[in-house]
Ligand binder design. Structure first.
Ligand code: MTE
Ligand code: MO
Length: 254
């Protein structure tokens, strides 16, 4: 067969996609760059967004950052207190942490990591911090700008030693909320474990003591009230607890 020498732009885009895809989701043994929800007929659009983003944008392109003058307080969305009696299953554990100003709270990181970790709020506050002023874009149609202070998730993932087979990072919260990220979003420099908002400790309604900020995704990926992080070598969209079940896309990159 004649060797193809006339490369079109499309060849380059596809070549780039395959290269990026194998980098981003190598651990999951995917040969293509399909979204983790690929194959679910209801989720065809996720796959388009995923392919478009992972093909056309450099993996680590940054979300826009704002200035202090752009900050306005905005109301909390979804759960505002996992221990509230209005919750379907109020979390007693969270209630106890709250009563003790989160002194006994710890975040665990486990799964496909060399050294599983457990961190108190103080442990996290001792690590090099990052501040960023960014916009939360909610699927309900509102946005809000705030300053976040915290630790880069990538810093923690590197320090616990993520294994090469890792491809999915799962986040579990005290209100039974679940979300997951692929490695590109998990290792993104603006993906933050935030304990501060607008210069103060994170308020309970906004996810105290620690929440995720995923600046390259719609607001519902930014899990509040974090309990544990599990690194996996298979994609996990949370099944019954995931966004997909609620009718939301697994991937809605900004
Ligand atoms: N644990 C948990 N995290 C959550 C939610 C929630 O209900 N529970 N709501 C999500 C949604 S839909 C959005 S838009 C943002 C809102 O963050 P905010 O409450 O700080 O405005 O948090 C996200 N993280
Ligand atoms: Mo949201």
């Amino acid at each position: 067969m004649k060797k193809k020498t006339n490369y079109t732009r499309r060849d380059f885009v596809i070549g780039g996609a395959v290269a990026l895809g194998s980098l981003a989701i190598s651990g999951c043994d995917k040969k293509t760059i399909n979204a983790p929800t690929y194959g679910n007929i209801l989720r065809v659009a996720d796959n388009f967004t995923y392919i478009a983003h992972r093909t056309l944008l450099p993996g680590q392109s940054l979300a826009r950052e704002y200035t202090l003058a752009d900050i306005k307080s905005y109301p909390a969305t979804g759960t505002i207190d996992p221990s509230a009696s209005t919750q379907e299953k109020p979390s007693e554990t969270y209630g106890k942490f709250k009563a003790n100003s989160f002194k006994d709270w710890r975040l665990t990181i486990e799964g496909c990591v060399e050294k599983p970790g457990s961190y108190s709020l103080l442990d996290l506050k001792k690590l090099p911090l990052k501040k960023q002023i960014t916009r939360n874009t909610c699927e309900e149609g509102w946005t809000g700008i705030a300053q976040w202070t915290g630790v880069q998730l990538s810093r923690l993932l590197v320090s616990v030693g993520i294994m090469p087979k890792a491809c999915c990072v799962c986040f579990y919260a005290y209100d039974d909320y679940f979300e997951s990220l692929d490695m590109l979003d998990a290792l993104h420099p603006q993906t933050l474990l935030a304990y501060g908002m607008n210069g103060k400790d994170l308020m309970i309604a906004h996810g105290a003591p620690l929440r995720l900020r995923v600046e390259k995704q719609i607001g519902y990926k930014s899990v509040k009230f974090l309990n544990r992080i599990v690194v996996k070598d298979v994609f996990d969209d949370g099944g019954d607890k995931g966004a997909i079940k609620a009718g939301w896309a697994w991937y809605t990159g900004i």
